[in-house]
Ligand binder design. Structure first.
Ligand code: NAD
Length: 285
């Protein structure tokens, strides 16, 4: 099986490495021309996509995905599959799927959760939207790069699942950090609070698995000076996508809106490249 891989950045690079380790032929293209050993470097996105069975994209935004889709769709062979793993607008995913369909291609939107650590470990969660037959075709590849592969429904529902998940994640991280800030004011030991919350109804992934304080709970970016992990800039990106989708559908996601404003301010204050759990630092002052 010949695989095209376009966008080999923080996420795409280690994902492609897993495909290589599994013995796949990977034809890559990135504007930086920085590739893992073993990738067959191509001079353009169109060349990386030509004559491949499956083309994977892992790009920064919906705008760039649309541009790359315009370049690769006409060059892909009929019956091939286009799997986009970037996080983009639901509408963009649906539009690219429509264009792919017109050229006789299958399309799956398959954004991921798990961050760069998950990409390196091969433990990403993939949330896939598209036809069942296309999903079954791409699933074995996603299993090489990830731990959990979930078919969410028709085109766009992978992106919908991703933005709903990250709306929960952003808001939960903020309130988890606020709880530790309040505990400090109330002279409640942080380790004790962790033990209580992680076994009580306030438990959450942000507390139990990704505690925003160093030395408490499993290793997390807090133990590495808040280097991402998952950057505040990417959290803001995903929250903005969820707000845009809420507004477009006449839905009032108030906590999501508050979390969006919170991360917007946090990023404007110069914290874009810190892990999104670093919001705790100002709350402990
Ligand atoms: P990144 O910026 O590190 O990688 C994107 C890559 O795309 C870069 O190497 C860039 O050079 C390349 N690129 C840009 N325009 C291109 C073009 N026209 N043709 C070919 N290559 C092009 O970003 P990332 O962190 O790898 O994230 C990729 C996607 O995954 C994003 O949509 C992001 O929201 C999502 N995501 C990231 C994380 C994370 O923790 N980094 C977690 C989950 C989801």
């Amino acid at each position: 099986m010949k695989i095209g891989f376009i966008g080999l950045g923080n996420m795409g690079f280690p994902m492609a490495q897993h495909l290589l380790e599994a013995g796949k032929d990977v034809y890559g293209y990135d504007v930086t021309e920085n590739y893992p050993d073993g990738v067959i470097a191509c001079p353009s996105a169109a060349e990386a996509a030509k004559e491949r069975d499956i083309v994977i994209t892992m790009l920064p935004s919906g705008k760039i995905l649309s541009e790359v889709a315009d370049q690769i769709i006409p060059n892909m062979q009929k019956g091939a599959l286009f799997a986009d793993c970037s996080t983009v607008e639901v509408d963009t995913a649906i539009e690219v799927s429509r264009q792919a369909g017109q050229h006789g291609l299958d399309f799956i939107d398959a954004p991921v959760s798990g961050g760069s650590l998950g990409a390196k470990a091969g433990t990403l969660t993939f949330m896939a939207g598209g036809e069942e037959s296309a999903f079954l075709k791409v699933k074995p590849l996603l299993e090489i790069m990830g731990g959990k592969i979930i078919h969410c429904g028709p085109s766009g529902t992978g992106q919908a699942a991703k933005m709903c998940n990250n709306m929960i994640l952003g808001a939960t991280m903020i309130v988890t950090c606020e709880a530790y800030g309040l505990a400090k004011k109330l002279n409640l030991d942080h380790e004790v609070l962790y033990n209580v919350v992680s076994q009580s109804s306030g438990y959450s992934w942000t507390n139990n698995a990704y505690c925003p304080l160093p030395g408490i709970g499993p290793q997390s970016p807090a133990d590495n000076d808040y280097k991402p992990g998952f950057s505040a800039a990417l959290m803001l990106k995903d929250l903005l996508l969820s707000q845009q989708a809420s507004k477009a559908n006449g839905f009032d996601a108030q906590m999501g809106a508050k979390a969006t404003e919170y991360y917007k301010r946090f990023c404007e204050e110069g914290n874009s490249n810190r892990d999104f759990s670093a919001v705790i630092l100002a709350l402990l002052e």
